[in-house]
Ligand binder design. Sequence first.
Ligand code: ASP
Ligand code: MG
Length: 427
Amino acid sequence: MALIVQKFGGSSVADAESIKRVAKRIVDARRAGNEVVVAVSAMGDTTDELLDLAHEVAPIPAPRELDMLLTAGERISMALLAMAIENLGVEARSFTGSQAGMITDAQHGAARIVDVTPKRVQEAVAEGAVAIVAGFQGFSRITGDITTLGRGGSDTTAVALAAALGAEVCEIYTDVDGIFTSDPRMVPLARKIDRITSEEMLELAAAGAKVLYIRAVEYARRHGVTLHVRSSFNSNEGTIVYTPVAPGHDENGAAVEEPVISGVAADLSEAKITVVGVPDVPGKAAYIFKLIARAGANIDMIVQNVSAALTGRTDISFTLPKSDAQQVLTALTNAQDEIGFERLQHDDQIGKLSLVGAGMRTNVGVSADLFAALSAAGINIEMISTSEIRISVVTRADTIADAVRAVHTAFGLDADTEAIVHGGTGR
Ligand code: ASP
Ligand code: MG
């Protein structure tokens, strides 16, 4: 008998009909002879609605109470799902995050799982029941309070359960057919990926792909959990996200050829700040980035050029989430005299394109091909950054869709037919 963990996102349990459909699916898996543990998100947009409500009664809701409120969303869906399963003649038991042993640190709104003690889940499964666990929530032993894992945290709940229970696979059910070579809403000829490494998936998620949350993929990678991302609206095979036991090998140790390019991601959520005319002497960059870190901003790319000999000054540019830009501009402006720069430029009309592929490590010429494709499409590159298996470029925001399509075609990723988009957000 195999133990499988299944996770259903909010769009898969949005209303009574959907809950019954999901219940049927779970019952099928159980009747096929599997032991089944389910992690479930809140129905539809419940979490957003609860957040709005909180902000109506208090501009800055108390973090402890906010977690108490938001976790109610998953309590509703888990109980309804358990009832629907029972109604189909299979025993089901729902558990809150704390009942299921999701032990976290005490950081409200972004808690990290520190231990999983799923005793009650194991008991339920041993007695033949399906266990339904509320996603996205945990319990801090330090404070004795309820916590949440951050938006999209139900993926992490599912992966942590799969790791703790030694599940054969962790199935992530969503409203798209799997992981695509690019966002099908932007690239109609995007192709579903059959298998991808967790390392590539992490790079794609960091580069703006929204199907899986970074923390869940990190957890899966660390614990060697194999994910199967698939649609809850059909029974097609989705995408397997696996962790190679060694480079060039699959999760079972068999040799595989890694594709040079797995996907092209787009990110329109960042802004660029340029510090113009920084004196080219030691210590200035250190000082600037210390201020930025203190402002709590998350820096992505950084570019600095050597000063033109005559001026003795240089420009430093960096990208960061749009939402962090204002506080960084304020912090730098307050220190303008001390740093001695001339002025600041703020540009929130940038887009980032990232090309990801494990085979890049052993293939030369990928960047040359990328730049050639962009130049043929008439797209200007403003910044470049690379990792071992990723190349990212910054362009104008209004050219990003054209850029992504051109690169997708140039690297031979286009499918023969257009991808079907079921609507929804990809979550
Ligand atoms: N309900 C939570 C959210 O919307 C957690 C999840 O969906 O995974 O962020
Ligand atoms: Mg949700």
